[in-house]
Design a protein around this ligand. Structure first.
Ligand code: GLC
Length: 670
């Protein structure tokens, strides 16, 4: 039996096992790879999603729906590939705006009004009264993953890796609330957030979308973020209270793939997979998460999107998830025996809504035929439709939209203040020798580096475009660069600040702040082979060293989506701050770095690493309890003005003696 046929057999066995109602029998002598045992996972239950009144409403609605309309609810198209009038022939349940999809008839970088018009255009057609048509509002979803980041003018919060360094669950809820308001105001019903990845290998291009490598921190945040986005169940329908539906993603084990390969294979055994990833989903489900997005990745060689033992057995039965599971973008085409237009196996495994951005027509036709033939049992179709309509009811799609059109909420001073507090709390001080920090406000400060006056760089991926690239200063009307924040703070204290990206100057400054780091990326385009920063072309190190050689104290502000091997840069700077991807509020960095005229700190550092920091570039998996755990800075590390400390010894070479990729806890290999 070839590897492929073995996997296919395993997948179908997993599907059968789960469809039998959550396989609870004793583990088979040699369980096939990828078969989960729900009774080995924590039990949970969705809060607030089902009640007799809502279920009766859904039952009544379903009684009027044709099979075409039921199948339509299971399919989601992307706004770049569908027109509102198409919904008359294809009664789809949902529309998304992918990271690079512009609003209808508008530039891809547009303010909220264009997004609002787009949402209203699709919704209007879905609600038309037509003979034989049951008006059911289409559900609009976007990747509002650090604010409503598709929209020009929206508040951009720090990406999740920085939020993890805050260790502040209460602030997470406020961030969720502000994000929801700016999303609902633009006519959108659903945010594809929070990401609950527990990231185990920092080569992964989505490391920054994770809060931490620590499952307990992810769990502490999950419930708060879901509650912030959706509101507490007692406040539902969500939209009426300025909230939107959330999507806990990507179920499950997306951050634990071998070598950090995006959409790769998670090789952990079942107990480790559960220990790491269940806490976040239990917290999200108990907070009432309305949707869960499945992961592209595999577990022991079985694609998550076809794994009934996890999607149905664990998530829906054992964890009592009553919302709906949405697939990821064209993920079905990756499954054995499937294409993006044709994949009954995924729906039978437990996918309720298929994100079929540009393949929705073929998928509609094929799924309708499979429903008619019984290849997809009608009970499965009805279960998926019920879950989707239940969520639409709880999210408030059938009711008024008092927040829609309140475009003044986007980038409001209140929301920007929340984001600025998050920036302050996210900063982690890794080095501060000679008390270079805090900078005396009355000093002469040179601000250098290509990240100094560059909001696009400080915002990172998933910003106005999928990769966060191609953005210009004019695209950020409600944002402040790090340079602008530093200038404001220094001038307010009677000092002088000048911007010089290449570090040149006429009059020697008292101190130099160099802002540098990773350029924006998203998903697999951010996957790395090594954690060494700027391997082979250390231009930022050259800038730090040039300033240092002129006797100028140097403060490094490092923008990154993950910990990287920066020992030479750490050695060259007098102070080193991990600033992650702070978003629109660059002023938050000056709040902490620049003191008053006498040099007294205005805000202290409180941030602590939520990911371990490597001593060697080969230390890509640095997780407590796993082989090779010997970080330069352990997770939880962070200095402050009150708690200074000397820098540990810095190996000057990237490679570790014999450093190899320690494998995760041994699990059955496919
Ligand atoms: C992407 C991502 C997912 C996102 C979806 C829609 O590929 O994996 O996180 O929500 O597609 O943009």
């Amino acid at each position: 039996m070839t590897r492929q046929t073995c996997r296919r057999a395993a997948a179908s066995l997993a599907a059968v096992a789960a469809i039998l109602g959550g396989f609870r029998g004793p583990a088979l002598a040699a369980d096939p790879p990828g078969l989960a045992h729900p009774d080995r996972w924590p039990a949970a239950h969705s809060r607030g999603l089902t009640d007799p009144k809502t279920e009766a409403f859904v039952t009544g609605l379903m009684a009027t729906m044709s099979l075409e309309e039921k199948v339509g609810q299971l399919i989601q198209a992307d706004i770049a590939s569908i027109r509102p009038e198409d919904l008359r022939d294809y009664p789809l349940g949902s529309i998304l705006a992918g990271g690079d999809s512009p609003p209808l008839g508008a530039p891809d970088r547009s303010p909220a009004a264009a997004w609002l018009a787009t949402a209203r255009a699709f919704r209007a057609v879905s609600l038309e009264t037509r003979p034989g048509h049951t008006p059911i509002p289409v559900m609009l979803g976007v990747d509002a993953v650090h604010g409503n980041n598709n929209v020009v003018g929206a508040t951009l919060f720090p990406h999740n890796i920085g939020l993890g360094a805050m260790h502040d669950p209460a602030l997470m809820r406020r961030i969720g609330e502000a994000t929801a308001q700016e999303t609902a105001a633009a006519g959108i019903d659903w945010a594809f957030a929070p990401t609950l990845a527990v990231v185990r290998d920092d080569r992964w291009g989505r490391t920054y979308e994770g809060y931490s490598e620590d499952p307990q921190l992810v769990a502490a945040y999950a419930g708060q973020m879901v509650a912030g986005l959706q509101g507490a169940p007692a406040t539902w329908p969500a939209l009426q209270a300025g909230h939107v539906a959330a999507s806990a993603k990507h179920f499950l084990g997306d951050g634990g793939t071998d070598k950090g390969k995006d959409q790769g294979d998670n090789l952990y055994d079942e107990s480790e997979l559960a220990r790491l990833n269940a806490p976040g989903y239990v917290a999200a489900i108990e907070a009432g998460a309305m949707t869960v997005m499945a992961s592209y990745s595999s577990w022991q060689g079985v694609k998550m999107h076809a794994n009934a033992s996890l999607l149905t057995g664990v998530l829906k039965q054992r964890m009592g998830f009553d919302g709906f599971v949405v697939s990821d973008w064209n993920a079905l085409g990756q499954l054995p025996g499937c294409t993006n237009e044709n994949c009954p196996a995924a729906i039978n495994a437990g996918i309720d809504m298929v994100m079929a951005p540009d393949t929705w027509k073929g998928l509609y036709r094929n799924t309708l035929a499979q429903a008619r033939s019984g290849e997809i049992p009608m009970a499965r179709i009805d279960d998926a439709v019920r879950r989707i309509l239940r969520v639409k009811a709880k999210a408030g799609l059938f009711g008024p939209r008092p927040w829609e059109g309140r475009l003044d909420t986007l980038g409001s001073p209140q929301h920007r203040a929340i984001a600025r507090q998050a920036v302050r709390e996210s900063l982690v001080l890794l080095k501060n020798e000679g008390s270079v920090l805090p900078i005396r406000g009355s000093a002469h400060v040179l601000v250098a580096g290509d990240g100094a006056d560059n909001v696009a760089k400080q915002a990172g991926g998933w910003t106005l475009s999928w990769q966060g690239q191609g953005n210009t200063p004019g695209d950020f009307p409600n944002a402040q660069s790090i340079w602008s924040g530093l200038r404001e703070a220094v001038h307010a204290a009677g000092g002088m600040a000048e911007l010089s990206p290449d570090g040149s100057f006429r009059r020697k400054p008292d101190v130099a702040v160099v802002v540098f780091g990773e350029n924006p990326y998203a998903e697999s385009r951010g996957d790395l082979a090594t954690l060494e920063y700027q391997p082979g072309a250390k231009t930022d190190l050259a800038l730090l060293s040039k300033l240092k050689a002129q006797g100028i104290p140097v403060v490094a502000v490092f923008l990154s989506g993950r910990p990287l091997w920066v020992n030479p840069e750490l050695a060259a700077a007098d102070a080193f701050v991990a600033a992650w991807l702070p978003g629109s509020e660059g002023g938050g960095i000056a709040d902490v770095l620049v003191g008053d005229a006498k040099g007294r700190a205005r805000h202290d550092f409180t941030g602590r690493l939520s990911y371990a920091w490597p001593k060697f570039a080969s230390q890509t998996r640095l997780n407590r309890g796993e082989p090779g755990y010997d970080p330069l800075f352990a997770s939880g590390y962070g200095l402050s003005y009150r708690r200074p400390a000397a820098l540990p010894a810095l190996p000057e070479v990237p490679g570790s003696p014999g450093g190899a990729d320690p494998v995760p806890a041994a699990g059955p290999r496919p």
